[in-house]
Design a binder for this molecule. Structure first.
Ligand SMILES: NC(=O)c1ccc[n+]([C@@H]2O[C@H](COP(=O)([O-])OP(=O)(O)OC[C@H]3O[C@@H](n4cnc5c(N)ncnc54)[C@H](OP(=O)(O)O)[C@@H]3O)[C@@H](O)[C@H]2O)c1
Length: 327
């Protein structure tokens, strides 16, 4: 099969190769998928670029997310058969063979039916971005009736968080630092209100919009840079859910004297949700997609032969949307 890989870490054009390697087979309990699209996420290019650490394996076929068609199933597989359209997650989590290839063989639990009307490229965005966005909205309980605040709403994860929160009946206030075009893009995702993240009056605005109570739930992409702000705009009993950290990952939390009493905090690491969380998260994403409620912000699509270009683009065009590789 054709695949892309790296055997050393470093800049995309120096370390990524595309060529032929043996096609995997479906072992017991596994599903062999002929991939048509593979999604690139920050963890993929950060692991590849990290010059301070060797690759986790002698050869890494990168990317955890993808979508395609079932080519074969191993013994004991009950939910799929050849020809089914599927999406996959955790492809390159703790294993060398990811989705930047024509085929991948994965345990059945890492394979999900692709909803009708969802393309392979869209399905390749479901793994890390949609699962993180979905879990971030649900981890502190049912979001219905809550006011959910999503800063960084143009992000891959943020954009899905906006949509899942709205779909589940929350009032969604989003913010973006990207200016008018980003505000327009986030409004199109269904946010009730989109604010300028860089507005010096943002705190007062959020409090005014919630009658002084504050927001119930924050989906936070930059906890170290935002914790003080979040504590000031969170309602009592509210939750801060952190999934990203753009700066040094040290966070000073105010224990007493904080405005938001009974504050909850959650830290997401999407690769290691519990099996029950994987099941509910994947089912929720598929239900929302099946209703035609998801907008996927795909910023770039590259053929597998151009994997290095795709990594370069994904790395340098943050906040523009998903980058996928097609095969
Ligand atoms: N823990 C996990 O399991 C998990 C899962 C997925 C991703 N992540 C991590 O989460 C981060 C975001 O991933 P992504 O794929 O969504 O990236 P992305 O598409 O590049 O989005 C990042 C967004 O962050 C916003 N942003 C940038 N600086 C900010 C700041 N100082 N304060 C608030 N928002 C800021 C920008 O939004 P605006 O321009 O709209 O403000 C940008 O669109 C990455 O570090 C990634 O590694 C972690």
């Amino acid at each position: 099969m054709k695949a892309g890989w790296f055997e050393a870490t470093g800049p995309a054009h120096e370390v990524i190769k595309v060529g032929e390697m043996p096609t995997p087979t479906a072992g017991p309990g596994e599903v062999l998928v002929r991939l048509h699209a593979s999604g690139i996420n920050p963890s993929d290019y950060k692991r590849r670029a990290n010059a301070k650490a060797k690759p986790e394996f002698a050869r890494v076929v990168p990317h955890s997310d993808g979508a395609g068609v079932v080519a074969a199933v191993g013994g004991g597989v009950t939910r799929f058969r050849a020809g089914d359209r599927v999406w996959v997650f955790n492809g390159q989590w703790a294993r060398p063979m990811g989705t930047a290839a024509e085929f991948i063989s994965l345990p059945e639990s890492r394979v999900q039916a692709l909803p009708e009307g969802t393309s392979f490229e869209q399905g390749a965005c479901f793994g890390i971005p949609a699962m993180t966005g979905y879990h971030a909205v649900h981890v502190a309980g049912d979001p219905a009736g809550k006011t959910v605040y999503v800063p960084g709403a143009t992000g891959r994860v943020g954009a899905y968080a906006v949509q899942f929160a709205k779909w589940r009946g929350a009032r969604v206030i989003a913010s973006t630092g990207g200016g008018e075009s980003s505000v327009t893009a986030v409004r199109a995702l269904g946010a009730d209100l989109v604010l300028d993240r860089k507005d010096p009056d943002l705190e007062a605005r959020l409090l005014a919009e919630t009658g002084g109570r504050g927001v119930d739930h924050i989906v936070e992409v930059n906890l170290p840079g935002s914790i003080g702000f979040d504590e000031r705009v969170l309602a009592e009993g509210g939750a801060i859910v952190s999934f990203g950290a753009a700066s040094a990952p040290t966070v000073a939390v105010t224990q007493t004297g904080r405005r938001a009493r009974n504050m909850g905090m959650h830290f997401i690491f999407v690769y290691l949700l519990s099996e029950a969380q994987f099941v509910s998260t994947c089912a929720g994403i598929n239900a929302c997609a099946a209703e035609g409620r998801l907008i996927h912000r795909i910023a770039g699509s590259f053929p597998l032969d151009q994997l290095a270009d795709a990594h370069d683009f994904a790395e340098h065009a943050t906040g523009t949307g998903h980058v996928v590789v097609t095969a």
